[in-house]
Design a protein around this ligand. Structure first.
Ligand SMILES: *Cc1c(COP(=O)(O)O)cnc(C)c1O
Length: 344
């Protein structure tokens, strides 16, 4: 696959680390049937650029390059009140000398706090130009178009980035990640039996699926839904993966069965804590000094732990967990992460 014909900005020096998690793997095994569990590794996409970076950094390398090519002076995007995507988009805008505006969807009613910490604090510190708050279920594309029209009326030019940066162009970021991973495995003589990743707006999971298919990598990918069960999530990821291959001009069809997600770990609702997430956050912090976030990677790792205990991830497997970032929101869930606020 030839990514080089797409303009790209570079926000990270080199490849993200690929690390074994021996102490976590041992702790996990001790809680698995027969005391045996998979060998778990992590790819540190939480160390991507635009610090503290995350999966959105990779997507934005292509999206922002396109915005610049089109002569835009303002990025417009959307997300939840603690959106990592909004914060990283804003950081990219600052770095490129662009302005940035958000439409924030109050997915959990009352959750937008104008004095909030975590990502919201960073929105203000990094100098967001304007935030429009809309109610849950609003049409985000329409709301962003309205903001773009206001910008145009002021004689400026907006570039609209969809939620999570998950369109075909953004998905190229995870084709690049798939290529980077393939190269790392080649150089280190490593093979993985499975990749586990959080699956939300679908660009990360879908981009990886496209990258693996286009690169002829047979390793199965399991997405842990962070906001939807498989019946809703899998078609979304499947469409994204196909759109990415189509954009690349790869004449392959994404088999429906190449897209596998697991539900049951995101409840009670997107972004609201549950007990398996708290266990995962504490386990990784205390076994490896690795910080997960409560909204995405905590729930995704809870899924990995659950699949290992159920024997779906077998003891003889080497499993790669993709750490997609999200650190700032940990600081608005301190009591929950420490187990001081009970959750279901
Ligand atoms: C956005 C996000 C995800 C989900 O990725 P998608 O590409 O939206 O599916 C996972 N982890 C973190 C930390 C995120 O910010």
């Amino acid at each position: 696959m030839n990514l080089s014909r797409f303009p790209r900005r570079r926000y990270t020096e080199g490849a993200t680390p690929l690390e074994p998690l021996p102490r976590f793997s041992a702790a996990l095994a001790a809680s698995c049937p027969g005391g045996r569990g998979p060998e778990v590794w992590v790819k540190r996409d939480d160390l991507l650029g635009l610090f503290p970076g995350g999966n959105k950094t990779r997507k934005l390398e292509f999206l922002v390059a396109d915005a610049l090519a089109q002569g835009a002076d303002t990025l417009v995007t959307c997300g939840a009140p603690q959106s990592n995507h909004c914060r990283i988009t804003l950081a990219a805008a600052v770095k490129e000398g662009l302005k940035c505006r958000f439409v924030i969807e109050e997915r959990v009613p009352g959750s937008f706090d104008p004095n909030g910490g975590g990502n919201h604090f960073m929105f203000l510190l990094l100098g967001v130009e304007a935030i429009t708050v809309v109610t849950a279920g609003s049409d985000m594309a329409v709301a962003m178009r309205k903001v773009a029209d206001e910008i145009a009326a002021a004689g400026r030019k907006a570039y609209v980035i969809p939620g999570g940066g998950s369109n075909a162009l953004g998905g190229l970021g995870y084709v690049a990640c798939a290529q980077e991973l393939q190269q790392q495995c080649f150089e280190r003589g490593l093979q993985f039996d499975r990749v586990v990743v959080g699956s939300g707006s679908s660009g990360t999971h879908g981009g990886l699926v496209a990258g693996f298919i286009g690169g002829n990598v047979a390793t199965p990918i399991v997405g842990i839904g962070v906001s939807r069960d498989p019946a809703d999530q899998e078609p979304l990821v499947h469409r994204e993966a196909q759109a990415v291959l189509d954009l690349l001009g790869v004449r392959l069809t994404v088999p429906r069965e190449a897209v596998v997600t697991v539900g049951g770990y995101w409840q009670p609702k997107y972004s609201l804590p549950n007990a398996p997430m708290v266990e995962a956050v504490q386990m990784l912090a205390r076994s490896e000094g690795l910080l997960l976030d409560p909204v995405y990677t905590g729930k995704a790792m809870a899924g990995l732990i659950g699949l290992a205990r159920a024997g779906t991830l077998r003891p003889d497997e080497r499993v790669l967990f993709l750490h997609t970032g999200g650190l700032p929101s940990l600081f608005v869930y301190q009591d929950v992460a420490l187990g001081e606020t009970p959750v279901g």
